[in-house]
Design a binder for this molecule. Sequence first.
Ligand SMILES: [Zn+2]
Length: 388
Amino acid sequence: MLFTESTQCSFFRFLLCFIFMGSFLMLSGSSYANSDYYTEKRVITAKVYTSELAAESALDITRWNATPADEILVTTERIATDYQVYTIELMSDDCQILQFSGQLGAGRVQVCPQELEDTLFVHYPVIETIVFLHTNDHHFDINLQDELEKKINEIRGSYSDVFLFDAGDIFVRHPRRWVVNDTLEKDVEWYGQRSMEMVESMNALGYQAMTLGNHELDYVESFTGRALDAAKFPLLSANMEITTDALPSPQSHLHFSTNTGRTISVMGLSVASGNKHGILQKDIFETAAQYMYLREEADVFVALTHIGLQNDARLAEEFPLLDIIIGGHSHHLIEEAVLVNDVLVAQAGGNRHEVSDQHPVYLGKITVKMKNGQITHKEGYVIFIGDE
Ligand SMILES: [Zn+2]
């Protein structure tokens, strides 16, 4: 069935996934490079299985939309008792997100023109799992990096959507507490080197966002800023205004997309210690209120904070529009994340400011399950790295 020639491959292979609201499917496949895709139609058929409907209850998928809408055409070919068959014509080399609505809610599916086969299986309703890995208060600790990387990669290999965040304080305070394996170390050059190593380690692990902690804001000469400038991940803090050149300016929030086009909004909030020149700290809760509009565009709304557990709990009480708060600063080892006002609050311990190769390494893991785009379950716990 399907198609074309002129393209480098003549048939379709697919693969599929399912997630969130509605149904979603994903095709991957061969290359159509150089094809004239406005004259060639790549037709695929999609079987939409109605796994949760009784056989006699017909699935009514009445609306398909693609982005942009004119690059895809979907028509219903026939209806069986437990599934429907659609013909999908792709007219672009780009992957497309298809959305549709049915009795169980809206669905969405990613369809890619490469290596298409002749049938896609779209399970409806769609169950999706998103994982957030998190650390906080490293305080210069880069212990057990190989073990940490192995665990992160293992989790990345087990889920289609895994995000890695840090909740701040990767550096240490200045300067009397620069203790390295019980020896006082005040050399500012050492501080600069260690700061850079810390950031490079996080780059290598593939962190995707970090909220500034008070010990990043408590900058030391140009060393702190130089190290943070090397970060390949964005820095967050909605309530800090930076007017000094010694530090990069953080973003207030970020959006991430899952493989099915779901939106995750992440807002950063911090505390600063002392009155460092060039840093204006705005009220945490007033600032948070200004960003609650992010809820409207988010399927999952996360606060990545460095404000301490007490403030995190208050944040959850005042802002139930949040789904998850990933925190730091108070060094609480919350072995099982807690629900406060139905907001999941997590924090993964933290290290003393003394640099030591004896510190344990903690990795928080939050799992969010969604059905037809609604969160049906969220949980979190802390993994002890190096503890087999
Ligand atoms: Zn802190």
